[in-house]
Design a protein around this ligand. Structure first.
Ligand code: GLN
Length: 517
């Protein structure tokens, strides 16, 4: 089946079906994410603390659930059906966000956080998180399956796919964020939903090009009556809907852990963090059993290094994801957002990251083999170390910029562009490289699970980002305005701390890398 696939631009046609589906999925995901903190604090009048925490826990769940969505598709559902079901949930969730209830009345930071509009929002976030769980891991696995094991085009196929992710992210942070902030929040979210719907239609029309590679492993068993005469397939969809209901509640729950909770920065810990930690513990139990399940010493060594890298990636994402939290708040409150006579909105500044990924990807694709030829290609752990150092430098840039505002008391946008460029150099040394490390270092039969583990640590990163974001929470004045001088001081201090975290962790990893290598 693989050999007879229709080709386009030298790749299987199915790649373009996956490219477009993931592009529109990321379009809706990142457009919405660019708006979320602003929407929470300006429309629903959340405090900064609660805004950062919800941003972190929601995005965290969206990256944790792929562990389950991937496993379900492997075992029963097949990737194609999982993508369609996930896509439907995503459309519903984005359109739910577009339901524009009455804004909370009162002073920013002091709103009551219940009421119908807020509940619609939590339910929509739950639909999106579960939708991502069904769609994201499986669309990525399909890409891998379109190529035979020894097909030399596989790497460039994945590079193109990663570009698709960022084309979607760049377009939406420019368009969705603008519409959301300038015309109306609901219109921005609505556009994200409409484009996700078109992406889904595109997938359904194009699924014939997947060459049968994304089907259920045992269609007869999937469709046969199972419990109460209902098939496994329908039970899976029902379980998906039940988990939406569960996530809707989990997102709103906090647990008082007393002393233990204080480690996380308050006595209360969000239920989402508890769920993720339980998933992480489950993963480790499985992992250590697997290490002693008769694999060779060489395999065990590679699995241990892979797991170490996966754990380290959580710290990277914890800093990186500040770009959707504290960086958006910074851009909104203390930045002069105009360049060349164009005024950017705060949410639009998140597009710089994706734009740099598109620009740098070909450069790094060219650079690594080149360095390799001269024996200068850094080892995998060393690349992760450099990634953290560059990320630290990005925060150093913003710290410095906050200390030297312009005559108007605002920070120039160019500093943020520089910070994004440094941060994306770090991303290039960790994100695409980490994905490929998962496929090469893992024992082949558990690669899907290890991919889920990679995303689970992105989930921890999101939650860490939410916690670290609260260090930079600003208390508004009694009239709701923000004291810019005070805010600049807070951002400078927090970005300075984050710089040291990145640089120190990065240097430590560079020193330890010969050992890991
Ligand atoms: N930006 C990439 C994506 O959206 C990677 C994100 C991650 O692993 N945290 O797919």
């Amino acid at each position: 089946a693989l050999a007879s696939q229709d080709q386009l631009f030298g790749h299987p046609k199915g790649l373009f079906v996956c490219f477009m589906t993931e592009m529109w999925e990321r379009f809706s995901f990142y457009g919405m994410k660019a708006l979320l903190f602003l929407y929470l604090t300006k429309y629903h009048l959340f405090t900064d603390d609660n805004g950062y925490l919800l941003l972190g826990t929601y995005a965290g769940l969206a990256y944790a659930l792929p562990l389950l969505g991937g496993a379900l598709a492997d075992r029963w559902l097949g990737m194609r059906k999982a993508v369609v079901f996930g896509g439907l949930l995503l459309v519903l969730g984005q359109l739910g966000m577009a339901y524009n209830g009455t804004p909370a009345q009162g002073i920013p930071g002091q709103a009551v956080q219940d009421g119908f509009a807020i509940q619609i929002m939590y339910a929509s976030l739950a639909l999106i998180a579960v939708g991502v769980g069904f769609l994201k891991p499986n669309i990525s696995t399909i890409v891998g399956r379109l190529y035979a094991d020894d097909d030399p085009r596989r790497d460039s196929g994945f590079t193109l796919f990663y570009m698709g992710i960022n084309v979607g992210a760049a377009l939406s942070s420019i368009i969705v964020a603008y519409i959301g902030e300038k015309i109306g929040w609901g219109y921005g979210f609505g556009l994200a939903g409409v484009m996700m719907a078109l992406g889904l239609v595109q997938f359904i029309l194009g699924q014939k090009h997947l060459a049968g590679q994304a089907e259920a492993p045992d269609p007869a068993a999937l469709n046969a009556p199972w419990i109460a005469g209902i098939s496994r397939e329908v039970w899976i969809y029902l379980a998906g809907l039940a988990s939406v209901a569960a996530v809707w509640q989990v997102l709103q729950m906090k647990v008082d852990f007393g002393f233990l909770g204080a480690i996380a920065g308050g006595h209360e810990v969000t239920m989402t963090e508890v769920v993720a930690v339980v998933m992480g513990l489950g993963l480790f139990v499985w992992f250590f059993k697997f290490l002693f399940s008769g694999i060779s010493n060489a395999e065990r060594g590679r699995m241990l290094v892979l797991m170490a890298l996966i754990v380290i990636s959580a710290l990277f994402w914890g800093l990186y994801e500040q770009s959707y939290g504290t960086w958006v708040a910074f851009a909104e409150r203390v930045m002069d957002r105009s360049t060349f006579g164009v005024e950017w909105t705060a949410g639009q500044t998140t597009s710089f990251g994706a734009i740099f990924v598109i620009a740098f990807s070909p450069v790094f694709a060219w650079l690594w083999p080149k360095l390799d030829k001269h024996g200068l290609n850094p080892s995998l752990p060393a690349k992760f170390g450099w990634a953290l150092v560059f990320l630290g430098l990005a925060f150093g840039t913003l710290m410095f910029a906050s200390r030297v505002p312009g005559a108007d008391g605002l920070v120039s946008l160019w500093w943020m562009i520089l910070a994004y460029a440094l941060m994306v150099v770090g991303e290039m040394m960790l994100s695409p490289i980490g994905l490929s490390a998962v496929t090469t270092l893992s024992v082949p039969r558990v690669v899907g699970l290890m991919m889920g583990a990679w995303f689970l640590f992105s989930a921890f990163g999101e939650m860490i980002a939410g916690r670290m974001g609260t260090w930079a929470s600003i208390e508004p004045n009694p009239d709701g305005s923000i004291d810019k001088v005070k805010a600049l001081g807070v951002y400078a201090d927090v970005f300075g701390d984050m710089m040291w975290i990145g640089v120190i962790a990065g240097v430590a990893l560079l020193l330890a890398s010969p050992l890991l290598n």
